[in-house]
Design a protein around this ligand. Structure first.
Ligand SMILES: [Ca+2]
Ligand SMILES: [Ca+2]
Length: 155
């Protein structure tokens, strides 16, 4: 009897909760399935981050390019990726699915930096696309066609 109950408790201790812990990582951007537009989850889309800070305040987003690496054995990096960095995290998107990048900084002092290696068209607003909102925004375009609007400082 005593031996059986000891075994039961041992099984419980080794039971893994790994698969049951929900992913609480903020969603930094979303690819629109129809248009292939990569929508940065900032400004009016801050709520789409879902976890962590979901407020449209001072936001800083950076978009960079990660070329494919076929030399190693990891199949996950065998194609090019667009990387979105914000809020201390990084998320990778299959570059072949991204046709353009869109962001509205909304309220607050926002920063959006698109690396020069990113060649898809970019449309970025420091505030809201309709011209409302405010803050000192810093926008930097990538290597492709760019529309940058708004903010006290524009680059
Ligand atoms: Ca903002
Ligand atoms: Ca702003």
């Amino acid at each position: 009897m005593g031996g059986d109950s000891w075994k039961t408790s041992g099984t419980l201790v080794s039971f893994s909760l790994g698969g049951n812990i929900p992913d609480m990582t903020p969603t930094l951007a979303t690819v629109d399935a129809g248009s292939g537009k990569l929508l940065l989850n900032m400004g009016p889309r801050a709520g789409f981050r879902r976890y962590g800070n979901t407020t449209d305040g001072n936001e800083s987003f950076a978009v960079s390019y990660l070329p494919a690496d076929v030399a190693n054995t990891d199949p996950n990096d065998d194609h090019d990726h667009i990387l979105v960095s914000a809020l201390g995290g990084v998320q990778a998107f299959d570059a072949s699915r991204v046709t353009s990048i869109y962001a509205e900084g909304g309220s607050g002092n926002d920063s959006v930096t698109i690396a020069k290696e990113v060649l898809v068209p970019v449309e970025v607003y420091g505030d809201f696309a309709n011209g409302t909102g405010g803050g000192k925004d810093v926008l930097k375009a990538g290597g492709g066609p760019a529309t940058l609007r708004g903010g006290a400082r524009r680059r």
